[in-house]
Design a protein around this ligand. Structure first.
Ligand code: UD1
Ligand code: UDP
Length: 397
């Protein structure tokens, strides 16, 4: 007797719209495409335009349906309304068996909400991250909390994230600790090995990215000025791949343009970005994904934010939350550049976010649940998937 039987492949719709969603859902789509049990159907919302498209081909993501919602300086309310409307229409036309969203963007929130309205079950990848501060990061903390109310499967990257969901009353049986799919993707890309690092000199190599909404305006302008002061040291080469957001460019370009040791470039494709990260000495960032990737590559990361939903890296000693005050940022960067012992401690702290098999665990869990739920009228395809580790039992060791 086998309860695990599936007839037609499960039609899994992966909804993605921004750069990090493409990066973190690509390995899930690839794992599903390699399984006879799933038909992955990728829908792109176009919340990002250039920064999304530059990812899809090189990560080998085939797009089934593409919405085109991006507007210059889009407002959260209009973006949200357009996406719920557009995605609802796609779900009604395609009738997927499940919808998969990732993280905490407007695309992820609206994908979950529209799926709920169409009565399609929702899987949330990278579930359970929390800062505990409702408006920081803005609006992501609220987005992920709301998705946590809507999802049927919560794929938490770490035991801590799973713990947040338990504390909010999500049943244990719906939470699975998997590691973060960003590591799956990073290891896959590095194995491809075709990227080109952007640093050119033998100076200390500092990679910088900034984009968070809550820091745009004066805070980000001041951070730009502080970066310029850091480059004034003379022994630093800084590479800044600049987010496409006009608000980010207005804040940073006046401070960074024209400095002989600051190289401001357009957003990099993932192959070149990961090669640049792999060849840097130090990372200064407010990015979520880069907080996860830097420790994997042994690169100390200074997190230029007042909160983080990824304290695992800070506790491991691989990252430091330095805030947004220019003087604190400068002091933290100078300390690491000048103190080889402190530097080495951070560089060797290790990665608490996964072992590169998160997507396999996610796909195996979904296969098991769909197989068990499918019933005999779906025909007979035996499941070969093994059971992933349960909540709290995940280890990178
Ligand atoms: C969004 C996510 C944020 C994520 C970030 C990743 C929300 C609310 N925010 O923030 O969680 O960390 O993506 O980068 O979902 N633009 C372009 N071309 C692009 C992309 C953006 O021109 O390819 C410009 C547009 O003018 C757009 C603006 O950037 O209006 C902001 O984009 P948006 O997606 O609204 O916010 P992000 O700050 O990118
Ligand atoms: N990234 C990239 N090119 C760049 C900058 C970042 O490919 O020029 C990748 C980076 O490796 C990480 C992801 O984009 O995986 C992070 O995206 P972002 O910082 O925009 O969003 P967040 O992670 O903060 O949501």
């Amino acid at each position: 007797m086998s309860p695990n039987i599936i007839t037609a492949p499960v039609r899994a719709m992966l909804v993605l719209g921004t750069r990090p969603e493409a990066i973190k859902l690509a390995p899930v789509a690839r794992a599903m495409a390699a399984s006879p049990l799933f038909e992955p159907i990728v829908v792109t919302t176009g919340q990002h335009r250039e920064m999304l498209h530059q990812m899809l081909e090189l990560l080998r993501v085939d797009v089934h349906t593409a919405l085109d919602v991006m507007r210059e300086r889009q407002q959260l309310s209009t973006l949200t309304a357009r996406l719920v409307d557009g995605l609802g229409e796609v779900f009604r036309a395609e009738r997927p068996d499940l919808v998969i969203v990732q993280g905490d963007t407007t695309t992820a929130l609206t994908g979950a909400l529209a799926a709920f309205y169409e009565r399609v079950p929702i899987a949330h990848v990278e579930a359970g991250l929390r800062t505990g501060v409702l408006d920081n990061p803005f609006p992501e903390e609220v987005n992920r909390r709301l998705i946590g109310r809507l999802a049927r499967w919560h794929f938490a990257p770490t035991p801590r994230a799973a713990g947040h969901l338990a504390a909010e009353g999500v049943p244990d049986a719906e939470v699975f600790t998997t590691g973060n799919t960003v590591i799956d993707n990073l290891l896959w890309v590095l194995a491809e090995g075709t990227g080109r690092g952007l640093f050119e000199t033998g100076l200390r190599r500092v990679l910088v990215t900034l984009h968070r909404r809550e820091n745009q305006g004066d805070t980000m302008r001041a951070m730009g000025e502080c970066l310029r002061r850091l480059a004034d040291r003379g022994d630093v080469e800084m590479v800044v791949p600049l987010h496409k957001s006009p608000a980010v460019r207005e804040a940073l370009l006046p401070e960074l343009t024209g400095h002989p040791r600051i190289r401001v470039v357009e957003p990099l494709g993932y192959l070149d970005f990961s090669a640049t990260l792999a060849s840097c000495d130090l990372v200064l960032t407010d990015s979520g994904g880069i907080q996860e990737e830097a420790p994997t590559l042994g690169k100390p990361a200074l997190v230029l934010r007042t909160t983080t939903e990824r304290p695992e890296a800070v506790e491991a000693g691989a990252a430091r939350l330095v805030g947004t005050d220019p003087q604190s940022i400068l002091e933290a960067a100078v300390h690491l550049l000048d103190d080889p012992v402190a530097y080495e401690r951070m560089a060797t702290a290790g990665n608490p976010f996964g072992d590169g098999h998160a997507s396999d665990r996610i796909v195996a869990q979904l296969a098991e649940d769909f197989g068990a739920d499918a019933g005999p009228d779906r025909g007979v395809v035996p499941l070969v998937a093994s059971r992933p580790e349960g909540p709290g039992s995940y280890s990178t060791a």
